[in-house]
Structure formats: structure tokens, C-alpha cells
Ligand binder design. Structure first.
Ligand SMILES: Nc1ncnc2c1ncn2[C@@H]1O[C@H](COP(=O)(O)OP(=O)(O)OP(=O)(O)O)[C@@H](O)[C@H]1O
Ligand SMILES: [Mg+2]
Length: 328
């Protein structure tokens, strides 16, 4: 049973240069209590995919142009009027941005900001909401929580601010948390603590999490399943151990080969040459073909290849991976 089921999602940005098809036929499922990773290079559509779920485009000229976003017990978010969507945000699904400052109001004390989230959705008094805010700060292991309630965002470190943002995300006990590179702006130790916090929440409350990252190490450490995105599409998806230990798509293989620590010596690191294509007029056929060392002429023909299962639950979109010795 899926908590979230995305089918053939298409999201577009209208720009003076043309229509950017940032998400071009993406589908995946997230089960209750599952941590689902989305990984890929910059510009591949990870954020656009996840912002589409709650239609959080921050004023960008974006629209969900097609597909379904089915949330269990709620319906198709892609077809939901804005008023109903406003109730879904925070209550059913919460969003954590990369930069905690964009999520926090610089002129409002922390305690009040957390309390507002609760008061907006629940009929409880201010004092009760403040007590709940204090509990939430304790949950996310903020030190001296009583004192922090009266602090302003700029008085806190980056790591503490991100804990506050997570407290706000947890405030209404959503069934799904979407975290878009929640730790990229933080140093490694704090990064680790924040990821532990999210995982602990999943373990204790069964909260499902979609975790966007460009870091395969993070995927390996915390995710159950992963989708690898390239140029607006998923090119491989499956259980994390399957995908990382037996990658089927040349793009996934290239990402892994480019990971420090994977190469025998750092001198053997092979960065992927070039960069992902723009999404106004992406190349025909497999969009990775222009950068793929294994590409054959027929890779660059026709529509992008669809995802197909190699083993149950492990899918990839490479026409060559059917021929095992080509990729061996
Ligand atoms: N506001 C915008 N206006 C126009 N195009 C946009 C806008 N935001 C994103 N895009 C384009 O949409 C595509 C997907 O971008 P997106 O931000 O989803 O990528 P991403 O995988 O999250 O990258 P990153 O790792 O850098 O966060 C890119 O081609 C990008 O240029
Ligand atoms: Mg992004």
C-alpha cells in the first residue's frame, strides 16, 4: 500500500527562452514509513519534482502540466484546488528547504513561529501552542529549549535553525516529510545529526520521508529506496543496496565512479565529463547518451527509453542493460 503514488508527472517553467520541461514523465511510489531518496546532478529536476507535490514554487513561473500525485486518503494533489492544498501543507505533508532561513521569519521569535503552525491548523490556545512548541524543540534536541523559544532566527547557528525548521515540519505530525537537501548547507557533523533526527522520527512515528540529495553517501546511509534522476526523468530506481551495489544504468554507474572513496585511489576518480542538457530542447532518445561512454547510435533515437524491471522492484531505463555483457 502506497502513501504517495506519483504517475507520469510533468512540470514546466515558462521562460522567455521557451518552456523548460523540468519534470518530464516521472513516477514513483513511497510507502508509509519509508525513506525514499532522489539523487542526481544539479538541474536534473529533483527540486521541481518535489515542489510539485505541494505546489511550492516560490513565485517561479511553474505549473504541473500533467500526471497524478495521489496521496492516500486525500486524493490527487495535482488536481486539488489551492484552498484544499493549503490544508494539506503541513498537516499531511511537510516540506523542509535546504536553507532554513527561507523557511523562517526573521522578525518573529522561534517559539511563536512554531506555535503559529499549530494554531493555523488546530483549535488550541496560545499557551497550549507554546507548550507544544517547547516539546517540539526538545524532540529535535535543541539545547536550552526554554531560552530558544524567545530567540530570533539570526541568533541561532545554521544547525539549530535547521532543527527549528524540522520542529515546524513535525508540528502537525505529517505522514510525509519532503526534505530538499536539508543538510547541504551544514557542516558534516551537524549534517549527520540532522539525518539521524529525521531517521529517528521515521522509526518512532512511521513518518515517510522523501530525501533529495546530490550525495550518494547520504543515500547509502539513510534511504530505503532511491530514484536516480537525469534530465527531468528517473533513469533508475530500486532498493538502495540493489541500486548502489548493482547499478544497471550507465549514469548511476558514472555517479558512483565519481564518488570519492569509491575509486581505488582518489587519482582514479572519474568525474562525469560535461553537464546535463538544458530542458527546453533535450537531446532525442536517451538523454544521457551524449555523455555515455557506452552509447551506440540507436541510443540517441526516438523517445526516451521507459523504465523496465531487471529484477522485481529494481528498474532502469537503459536499452543496453538488457544485454548484460555490454555493461559488465
Ligand atoms: N524558476 C525557474 N525558472 C526556470 N527554470 C527553472 C527554474 N527553476 C528550475 N528551473 C530549471 O528546471 C530544471 C530542474 O531544476 P531543479 O531545480 O528541479 O533541479 P535540481 O535537480 O533540484 O538541481 P539542484 O541539485 O541544483 O538543486 C533545470 O533545468 C532548471 O534550470
Ligand atoms: Mg534542487
Amino acid at each position: 500500500m502506497s502513501l504517495l503514488s506519483i504517475r507520469d508527472l510533468r512540470t514546466e517553467f515558462t521562460t522567455p527562452a521557451g518552456i523548460v520541461r523540468a519534470v518530464d514523465g516521472v513516477g514513483f511510489d513511497v510507502a508509509p514509513g519509508e525513506i525514499f531518496g532522489i539523487v542526481g546532478e544539479s538541474g536534473c529536476g529533483k527540486s521541481a519534482t518535489c515542489r510539485s507535490i505541494l505546489r511550492l514554487f516560490g513565485g517561479a513561473p511553474a505549473r504541473v502540466a500533467g500526471g497524478q500525485i495521489l496521496l492516500d486518503g486525500v486524493g490527487d494533489l495535482a488536481a486539488m484546488p489551492e484552498r484544499a492544498m493549503a490544508r494539506v501543507r503541513g498537516r499531511d505533508v511537510a516540506f523542509i528547504f535546504q536553507d532554513p532561513l527561507t523557511a523562517l521569519n526573521p522578525t518573529m521569535r522561534i517559539g511563536r513561529q512554531i506555535a503559529e503552525v499549530i494554531v493555523r491548523h488546530r483549535k488550541i490556545g496560545r499557551a497550549e501552542a507554546r507548550a507544544a512548541a517547547l516539546d517540539l524543540l526538545r524532540d529535535v534536541q535543541v539545547t536550552s529549549p526554554e531560552r530558544r523559544l524567545d530567540a530570533y532566527p539570526h541568533e541561532l547557528s545554521g544547525g539549530l535553525r535547521q532543527r527549528v525548521v524540522i520542529a515546524m515540519a513535525l508540528a502537525l505530525s505529517p505522514r510525509l516529510i519532503i526534505a530538499d537537501e536539508p543538510t547541504t548547507a551544514l557542516d558534516v557533523t551537524v549534517q549527520d545529526q540532522i539525518l539521524r533526527l529525521l531517521r529517528a522520527r521515521r522509526d518512532s512515528a512511521g513518518t515517510a520521508i522523501i530525501l533529495i540529495t546530490h550525495d550518494l553517501g547520504v543515500v547509502s546511509q539513510v534511504c530505503d529506496r532511491v530514484a536516480v534522476m537525469y534530465a527531468g526523468r528517473i533513469v533508475e530506481t530500486g532498493p538502495v543496496r540493489e541500486v548502489l551495489d548493482r547499478p544497471a544504468h550507465p549514469y548511476t554507474r558514472a555517479l558512483i565512479a565519481a564518488l570519492p572513496g569509491q575509486a581505488a585511489r582518489d587519482a582514479d576518480l572519474t568525474p562525469i565529463e560535461g553537464s546535463p542538457p538544458g530542458l527546453i530542447a533535450p537531446p532525442p532518445g536517451c538523454r544521457f547518451a551524449p555523455r555515455c561512454r557506452l552509447a551506440r547510435p540507436d541510443c540517441a533515437l526516438g523517445a526516451p527509453p521507459a523504465l523496465r524491471a531487471r529484477t522485481p522492484g529494481h528498474l532502469d531505463a537503459c536499452i543496453l542493460s538488457e544485454v548484460p555483457d555490454v555493461l559488465a
